[in-house]
Ligand binder design. Sequence first.
Ligand SMILES: [Zn+2]
Length: 86
Amino acid sequence: MRVGAKQAATLSDYVGKKVSVICEGCEVLRHLDGGDLLAEHGDASMPSLLANLAIAVGCERSTSGFYDRCKVTYYFSHKDWCERAG
Ligand SMILES: [Zn+2]
């Protein structure tokens, strides 16, 4: 049982689902299998996992620094947003 809606999602929430990441700066959009990611990274929190995913999907820009920064983020379909909005 998960307590508190504000707790960050972790990879175990995405088993059997797709985790999509998009980066406009690097022109990358990838759909990754949540179960595969869990096996590889453990039950990482989604925010902290993002930097690893940027590397995995081939983002070439750094996620740190001020200039030309990688803008990789999670991508949610309209359907996902509707489900999250409840
Ligand atoms: Zn990027």
